[in-house]
Design a protein around this ligand. Sequence first.
Ligand code: SF4
Length: 80
Amino acid sequence: MLLHMPFMSCGCLEKLKKVTFTTIQKDVRVMAKDVLCEVNNCTFWESGNRCNATQIYVVSHKGDTAKTSKETDCQTFERQ
Ligand code: SF4
């Protein structure tokens, strides 16, 4: 049985869906699934240059910003 919902005919439901979807999208954090790394003496390193850490923490040498990738480092590194 369909209930009469007056706001459905005015387009409000579509607007609500759009706002809700947009809000959900903002909350989604997409993480890198495949971190490739050449540091083969790290405990998290696997063949194929894959990183097996559940997460990595990358820092900049110069505070919160970096101009090039050379100014960044993986702090998750653990020597084998
Ligand atoms: S933790 Fe960092 S250094 Fe170690 S394998 Fe992963 S990306 Fe490379």
